[in-house]
Design a protein around this ligand. Structure first.
Ligand code: FES
Length: 103
């Protein structure tokens, strides 16, 4: 596993998201009311970026292409047409810096 510094926490404000690449893996980071979540950025239905989706206060994101919802805590698809998990990563803020744990 590797701990990666993503950037200052001000880079992702509440309600915002961003995609970062770690070892060529796209990871979507979300800030929901000050709580950070990180899941795989690629939708499990087709190759589309989940960080471009709409984020909801119940810690879910809706894929902007066909509307599947994903749980930001686990990466699991909650509704069709996507199935399975996009994967999830541990993310936290330390000294004002967003950090990711990537296996
Ligand atoms: S690409 Fe995400 S639901 Fe189809």
């Amino acid at each position: 596993m590797a701990i990666v510094e993503v950037g200052p926490e001000s880079d992702i404000q509440p309600g915002q998201s961003a995609c970062v690449f770690v070892n060529d893996i796209p990871i979507a980071i979300f800030n929901v009311n000050g709580e950070y979540y990180a899941i795989g950025d690629t939708c499990t239905h087709e190759d589309f970026s989940l960080s471009e989706g709409e984020v909801f206060e119940d810690a879910t994101v809706e894929c902007a292409l066909h509307g599947s919802r994903f749980d930001l805590r686990t990466g699991e698809a909650l509704s069709l047409p996507a199935t399975g998990s996009a994967g999830s990563y541990e993310v936290w803020v330390e000294d004002g810096v967003i950090k990711l744990d990537v296996p």
